[in-house]
Design a protein around this ligand. Sequence first.
Ligand SMILES: Nc1ncnc2c1ncn2[C@@H]1O[C@H](COP(=O)(O)OP(=O)(O)OP(=O)(O)O)[C@@H](O)[C@H]1O
Ligand SMILES: [Mg+2]
Length: 431
Amino acid sequence: MSSSSDSSPSGGQVAAAIILNLVVLGIIIAICCYCAKRAKRTIVNDLRNVVALPVSQPHHVVQVLEFDAPTMEKFLQELARDKPVRFTVQQLCAFTSNYSTKLGSGGFGVVYKGQFPNGVKIAVKVLERSSERAAEEQFMAEVGTIGRTYHINLVRLYGFCYDHDVSALVYEFMENGSLDKYLFGEKGMIEWEKLQEIATGTAKGIAYLHEECQQRIIHYDIKPANVLLDANFSPKVADFGLAKFCNRDLTHVSNIGYRGTLGYSAPELLLKNYPITYKCDVYSFGMLLFEIVGRRRNTIVSSPESFDWFPKHVWEKYEKGELAEMTKTCGIEEKDRGKAERMSMVALWCVQDSPEARPPMSAVVKWLEGGVDIMPPPKPFHYLYAREMNMLKPTATATGSSFSPSEESNSCWYKETTPIMTKYEIQMASC
Ligand SMILES: Nc1ncnc2c1ncn2[C@@H]1O[C@H](COP(=O)(O)OP(=O)(O)OP(=O)(O)O)[C@@H](O)[C@H]1O
Ligand SMILES: [Mg+2]
């Protein structure tokens, strides 16, 4: 039988055990450090490859992001606060699986679905490449503009590709596509309450562009196709491609030529040499609001002679005090009709003929959110009504004109008719 003192280790044994443990621990730490270093080097190399700088980068336009972060997540965070990253043509091919899934196309090119190596989904807009300046100008404007603009209601630009053959923009992917598909019947319906939220969110995005950016950004092409919806149907304004910076101190950008989409474009955009301000976006947003209220396109052409123009219908109903009835015929449930009436009034304010008479987008946001009284909107669309009136009364100054003097002065700022105005039977108010 052995005593307890026999089984207890001697001082030397304890010291040896401690040294052994320390040696093992040291080896483990060394291995860990080596592995971590290797992994870091691999990731950093991968990231450098992802954002490899093509030789022909135009340095004066956009800088390539310098990487200091060893993970893709960090890389994306960097993207969130820095300028867009430049990708190569080969990388875009890989991200889009050789452009296999088309999401849609618009005036400037085709949009494809893709994803980054870490699984983050993207939309790649490949711009039609022509030798014309316009395409390059649009590309540069968009990269420069979106690259400096972050807001929850604006689509994020992750990066771009620009070389001799390809110009492309890499955006965050918006799960539910564009609003027009829901308003005009291609996809399922969105509840009216959600549409109200979409309208308010869109207004906030535009208000940010107009009033909160360091330099005011005019969108020029606000329309339902440029309002994209994420997985929760939260709206984000897309395509600042036509936007140009203008100095906050300046009140307008002039001599820009025609921009935007007919049916949404403010009338002043059709005029030559008329000063264009950010209020052209307010007009387009008003047109978008009408389409939300009616859940239909504003213009429905039934025959070459007749077409049904919803905004005029809304004004006439408002004038007769029949907005509530109108919202009912639009299929809006009773619980939502008050908000729909309010939205119609906001729309009527937004589409005032004179840009100065239209409210700023921050006011539009407040009106849509409720809680602020809306003054009765003045009569819009004088330039359209004038035609009918002239048909009835050959001289505009004839007595019995339905225009009040103040209304007439509102329409005097139109100076010229353009071919597009003639084509769409838009006539100038006579002053
Ligand atoms: N970031 C995105 N996420 C998901 N789908 C997108 C994205 N960007 C565009 N799309 C889809 O691609 C379609 C085409 O977009 P595109 O901007 O090219 O055309 P548009 O908006 O109809 O016209 P415009 O050229 O005047 O902007 C959109 O309607 C939308 O369905
Ligand atoms: Mg678009």
